[in-house]
Every structure is written in C-alpha cells, then in structure tokens.
Design a protein. Structure first.
Length: 386
C-alpha cells in the first residue's frame, strides 16, 4: 500500500522485451527498502513482441496495457487514467519508445512531474530491416536526455562518456552500475544439465548466455570453436538463448561439422543453473554497455573471456578476472580458449577473482541503495527542472 508521503515514481516500458532493461525494472522496485519511494510500472504490450512475462510477473505494482496493433491508440486513454490516479512526482522512462511515452505523459498529466530516465546504451537493431530506424531511435534518445530529462542514470562510465560527448550536461548524468541479486547455488544443477546436454563430467564446457542477435557476436565464438574442437576432443560448446541469428548459427555449426559438439538450448530462464554447468564463459559481443550476462558469469565464479567493448572492462579486468579480446576477432577468442582449456589452475583463479569482484562491486543492494539516493535527490529538485 502506498503511503501518501512516499515519493511516487511512474516507471514506463514499451513492450518489456527480453533483455537487461526488464531485469533492471524488476530490481528497481527494491528502492522502497532504502527510502520512502513507491514505484508503479506501466508496460504497453504489442501483439508481436516477445515480452519477458516471467520478470513482468515479478513486479509488485504494475499496470499492463495491451494494444492490438499500430493503429490501436486506446493505450493513450489507459495511460491518462493511470496518471490521474497515481499522480507521480517522477516519471522514469527506459528506451526510445518509453521516452516518447514520457513526452505524452507531460501532455496528458494534470500534475507536473520530474522526467528522468535510465540509459543502457545505443539501440542496436536485431535485423537489417530495423537498421532504417536505429538512427532515429538513438538521436531521439540523445535529444530527450539532453533537453528533457532532469537526470539520467547511466549504467556504465562508458555510457556517461558517450552522452557527454553528445552534449549532455555532466551534472545531469549519474553512473550507477547494474547490480544483480545473489542466488543460492543449486548443487544438483551442474550434473543434471550436463547430462541433459550430453556433456560428460570430465569434458570442458564452453558457453554463452545471450540473445542470438548480430550485435552479440556469437558467430565469432562459433568460428573460434571450430579450431578449438579440432585440437581438443574433450571440449563442447553450449549456446543459451534465441534470436534472429538462430538458424544462421545452426547452419554454421553444421557447415563446420560440429553438430555433436555444440548444444543449442533455446531461450531459458534458469541462467544461474546453466552457468553452473559451464567451465568457461565467453561474451563475444560487438557492443555492450554494462552487461548483465557478464555479471551473472562473475557471480557464478566462471573463467571468462570477454570483448573489449563498452563497459565490459569496468566489470571484468584483463588478467585479473578475465581474458579481454578485441571484438569480431575469432582468432583472439580461439587463442584465449586454448589458454584456459590448457590451464585448469588459471580457470579456477579467474573464477574466484570474478566472484570476489562481483561481491565487492556489483550486488543488487549496492545498485538499489545508490538508486534510492538518486530518487530522493531528484524529488527535492524544483518543478520544472529547467
């Protein structure tokens, strides 16, 4: 139950699709444990988008507005109703469409509010057809943050630097790294999943948990694994996730003759268990900002190979918690895999250090505490903010 003295935050999402932003939303509700803040999440769901219903169901205070198609604008009436009922002090948006919703809220609301947002990085289109709109999405987002948002949470220093380079006032961007909750280890998961995937206990399992989209660079991992598999009979690869490149990657595996060495699991929600089943985690992304998948691998205490993009090195550092390689470089991934496969002690050391760094820097409690302080500070600012 909301207390009338609480800071009222309306958190906006368009489609609530699978990815880091959905996880971010589910965790953000925890700010109420640190300050008198109430968050209500509004998600407008279209008919053809793959919403993350598992995380959506975890939200404590949510409103789901469905739309039947592009021409269905009845969601505007539902949004206006929620604004008048909730009467938010702060409206927080996440991503291009949600920023657009926030601008509409400014017109529909009969009470002024402070617009803020989170910034998780550039929009990278999953298909060639979407490339036509990517520039529009990114320019609108940058303009909204520069001219409209009172303040923005950037999830990595890399993101903040990018925004400052595009004219955003440094005083209106705060870095709060993503954090993820600690999980209780399922001691049976490793054996169960490896058996399910046809991986024996003495084999070394390399893996990635990611959307199978071009920006994630998984094809470079598959190409690297071809040479690794030829020289190491005791190594297998597991690809956890789904996406636009699913069929392309399966064809690539078949072309390389690796059908019996590569496992496709499809989309899964038991990522912590899947990571426990791995020995080496590879993040071959061509672009990242502050990768939740990388944090999950650190939490699991895995030996890690990651590309030198975005905020990856803000999480795992080369030679300390991981081996860092250039993006789009299958040879570098292959060489790093060979190094970790040959040196069990190095794998163990990297895994221990990765978990230690997660516990020191990237737990959800740290993220939520800093976010709560940020909300309280925003609520004390005058309306309008500029």
């Amino acid at each position: 139950m909301r207390d009338d003295k609480d800071i009222r935050v309306l958190s906006l999402f368009w489609n609530f699709t699978v990815g880091g932003i959905a996880q971010y939303a589910a965790l953000l509700e925890g700010v109420s444990e640190y300050a008198p803040i109430s968050i209500r999440s509004i998600s407008v769901l279209g008919p053809r988008h793959h919403a993350n219903h598992a995380l959506l169901n975890e939200l404590n205070d949510k409103v789901i507005i469905s739309r039947s198609g592009l021409l269905d604008v009845r969601w505007l009436k539902a949004l206006r109703k929620e604004l008048r009922v909730w009467r938010p002090d702060i409206v927080m948006s996440h991503g291009f469409n949600s920023h657009f919703m926030a601008r509409i809220c400014a017109v529909l609301s009969d009470k002024p509010f402070r617009p803020v947002c989170s910034y998780h990085g550039l929009y990278h289109p999953p298909t060639s057809a979407r490339r036509l709109v990517a520039g529009v999405y990114n320019r609108f987002t940058e303009g909204y943050i520069r001219r409209r948002a009172c303040s923005t949470i950037a999830v990595a220093e890399y993101c903040r630097d990018y925004l400052l380079g595009h004219g955003v006032d440094p005083g209106r961007v705060q870095v709060i790294h993503n954090g993820i909750p600690q999980v209780e280890k399922n001691i049976l998961a490793r054996g169960k999943l490896r058996s399910e995937w046809g991986v024996s206990q003495d084999e070394i399992l390399v893996g990635v948990a990611s959307r199978l989209d071009p920006v994630k660079g998984v094809e470079y991992l598959v190409n690297a694994f071809k040479g690794v598999a030829a020289r190491n009979e005791n190594v297998k690869l597991v690809l956890i996730g789904s996406g636009s490149l699913d069929e392309n990657l399966r064809s690539r595996v078949t072309m390389h003759g690796l059908e019996d060495r590569v496992v496709f699991t499809g989309f899964r929600t038991d990522i912590a268990d899947c990571l426990d089943a791995m020995d080496i985690f590879v993040l071959p992304s061509l672009a990242e900002y502050h990768s939740i998948g990388l944090l999950e691998a650190m939490r699991a205490g895995k030996a890690i190979i990651a590309t030198n993009v975005g905020g990856n090195t803000e999480s795992a550092r080369h030679g300390q918690e991981a081996l860092i390689v250039p993006p789009a470089d299958s040879n570098a991934i292959e060489a790093s895999l060979e190094k970790l496969i040959a040196d069990k002690e190095l794998r163990i050391r990297f895994g221990v250090k990765a978990r230690e760094r997660y516990l020191e820097e990237f737990t959800v409690n740290q993220m939520i505490k800093h976010s709560a302080e940020w909300f309280v500070n925003i609520a004390q600012q005058p309306i309008p903010c500029r």
